[in-house]
Design a protein around this ligand. Sequence first.
Ligand code: ASP
Ligand code: MG
Length: 609
Amino acid sequence: MALIVQKYGGSSVADADRIKAVRDRIKRTVDAGNQVVVVVSAMGKTTDGLVALAESVSTTHAQTFDEIAAKEREIDLLLATGEQVTIALLSMALQAVGQPAIAMNGTQVRVVTEPIHTRARILYVEPVQIKAALALGKVVVIAGFQGVAIDEKTGLPTNEVTTLGRGGSDTSAVAIAAAIEADICEIYTDVPGILTTDPRIVPKAQMLAEITCDEMLELASLGAKVLHPRSVEIARNFGVQMCVRSSWLDDAGTVITSPRIGTGSLETLEVNRFVEAGSIDYDQAKIALLQVPDRPGIASQLFKSLAEKGINVDLIIQAVQETEGVNDIAFTVPKDQLHLAEVVTRSLEIGASSIAVDTNVAKISIIGVGMIGRPGVAAQMFSALAASNINIQMISTSEIKISCVINASDGETAIAAIQKTFEVPVQLHQRNIGLTENSEKSPSVRGVALDRNRARIAVQKVPDRPGMAAKIFEQLSEQNISLDMIVQSQSDRDVNEIAFTVAIADMTKAETALNQVATTLGYGEVSCDSGISKVSIVGSGMIHQSGIAARMFSALADTGINIEMIATSEIKVSCVVRDHQAEEALKLIHQEFNLSGDSIIEVPSALKK
Ligand code: ASP
Ligand code: MG
């Protein structure tokens, strides 16, 4: 007998017939001897309809903060009705076939959240009511996406209805699974599982039998369409086993494994630390190629040659430069491979104006799934280093990790600064320790993601001194702008260039914010480019293999696609390319890693734009 949480999304409960199909599946699960807790979304596109209704009766012009807050409260009250319709209907449907069931909304269960409307985070879920109903042999049907606000003064739940943000019912389901210590949380949706890439671009994208939570989070732009990232975050922190399956099929779907032992506190489910660990790696040496020609094939030639010699390149960054037509490329390698790496690099004729080698460097990183969607974390890290007067030489980021290359002699100070700021231990990085055995068997590339919704912003001539990155990213964090793929390259002059990507919708806001302080901070022009896309490969197996990045670069180079920016983390390599070449880039990379299957997986056209 297992304790199973099943979550059914809007399309799976879109009408009475679909609700009956869901009922049958639940009944079968119970008849097989399991205890079942069901979490549901609103029927079909109900929530969209309610949002549209709200807009049609309320003013749309900008209001005061108080007016906005007042409206958001009512929006939650309105949107929460959608899920309540589904729970009542599904529970009645179960009762009608002789299966005892009880419907409960977020307030009745006590899914307790922050006192914030329209985007509350879950603090805890009261397991008592759910367990009592299960003990009576009932199926418990719970409304997803909603909760009840905590009273910050008394610490007790109020009667104020909150919602978690669009798509939040996945998060409800996993939070409930964590609270009742369910054996598995099954997410039923209209896709058969997680695919290797977007099937609308690559029809022969394949279904993954398995993916880790970390990979899933790094694939955010691919996976977010199927699963709310916050749900994966909880699964990872609490060791909840999840799977994604189609409610139309009996296929096994994709299992999302959570190799970590849960570290979170059940009292603050979603508001755990943003950053969960830090690490420092002194076994790094840096090679910087300055002013390499900006044309297809350069990165490929360089990293292919390094891979051929078995050199394990760690961090790679490539940034644009203010001088037209040239790039800076910098990368790090383990110290014992530096000599070989340097010989290889110097032997290539790729037209760099100079090649600089530095063995006196260390890489300090912070990692944590809570960084996703919290714009201030990068700024906080840079500020912490700046406050200790540490100069940052290179920056590379991914969804769940930020790494900075600094002077090795600043290592101890940096550790202290990070420990104090994030209240996490900073461990000495040891190669290949702390990885699960599984990652060795993991494919080096699990999936390929394309994010077209990105724009690049480059800040030129940033004085090379402590505090600059901090100041720049503080400006953005104040505007609540989330950014990713920050790349800072180092040049031979006393200025750096910092480039990063933001959502297209935030581009102008970011540009304005940065231009406002350009003279005060002493940097040069801020340039924006919305004609770019980001392609990424993700796979935990790449830690154990050299040459994965090189293969990605070559796949692009062979077809003449220019790479404009590169950033890497342990399990991810991202490249910025021109938007009009992005789909082709995705196809080429998917093919390079042999990710296609033989069959075409049917994905309902209803699935996400
Ligand atoms: N009904 C909510 C929405 O459409 C929550 C969900 O379906 O996950 O956003
Ligand atoms: Mg959903």
